[in-house]
Write a protein that binds this ligand. Structure first.
Ligand code: SAH
Length: 225
């Protein structure tokens, strides 16, 4: 079998990082209740092992959160799948992600949406994620270093906003940057009491519902000093 190599990345991988491991993870996500076909296909296509340190790459296709340095983590695949499926219940052309982290969630969104904008406050994480987008030839992602509480007004309004770290309350500027007809998925709350909120904006205002329990690192104000 010919091995797929993109700029130094071994995409087929060996053993625990192969396309077959990816397919097993997709099966597991399906058994756990993920029915969104696009999301399942994106998980089959995006090599999660490239988004973690090589030393733990063999764990990339297990359904667990993994450390990405700087006190942050790449979320558990099931959580990422559930949030993405909730966001993209109907297709979205322009999506803002708050909290680039490893870039894995961004790369999934890039498979499924027209244009993805992503904001991260920790520069080394952003730089590394950018190198990964380049290596995977992901051309529909724009990223910037910034405080996600402010969103990215110049690029808005967005038909979808996905927040991948938990603020105490839904940031007002993100609500403002959500297009009419758009949807935001955001985990809200502190340690031990987080709710995943799904917020739809209509002509009449904002409608909100809650999805089952989740755990995220906090959404921190300002750039890292
Ligand atoms: N989507 C990421 C999840 C990373 S964890 C992935 O797939 O890997 C959440 C990320 O949010 C961290 O990288 C953290 O630095 C970032 N973050 C926290 N507060 C932020 C803020 N105010 N603005 C931008 N990014 C923030």
């Amino acid at each position: 079998m010919r091995r797929a190599v993109v700029k130094g990345y071994d995409l087929d991988g060996i053993g625990m990082t192969s396309a077959r491991s990816r397919a097993r993870l997709v099966d597991q996500l399906e058994r756990s209740g993920i029915v969104h076909q696009g999301v399942l296909e994106a998980f089959a296509a995006v090599p999660r092992h490239i988004f973690v340190e090589e030393a733990i790459a063999h764990r990339a296709y297990q359904d667990e959160a993994l450390p990405i340095g700087h006190g942050q983590s790449i979320s558990r695949p099931f959580t990422v799948a559930a949030m993405t499926a909730a966001l993209l219940e109907t297709p979205k052309d322009s999506v803002l992600e708050v909290g680039t982290g490893s870039g894995f969630q961004t790369a999934l969104l890039a498979q499924l949406c027209g244009q993805v904008f992503t904001v991260e406050r920790i520069k080394p994480l952003l730089d590394q994620a950018r190198r990964r987008f380049e290596a995977l030839k992901t051309h529909n992602v724009s990223s910037k270093l910034g405080d996600g509480y402010n969103g990215w007004a110049e690029q808005g309004p967005f038909s979808g906003i996905l927040v991948t770290a938990a603020p105490r309350a839904v940031p007002q500027m993100l609500l403002e940057q959500l297009d009419i007809g758009g949807r935001m998925v955001v985990p809200v709350g502190g340690d031990g009491d987080q709710r995943l909120k799904v917020i739809d904006r209509t002509e009449q205002g904002y409608g909100e519902r809650e999805a089952p329990g989740v755990r995220f690192v906090p959404l921190v104000k300002g750039l890292r000093t």
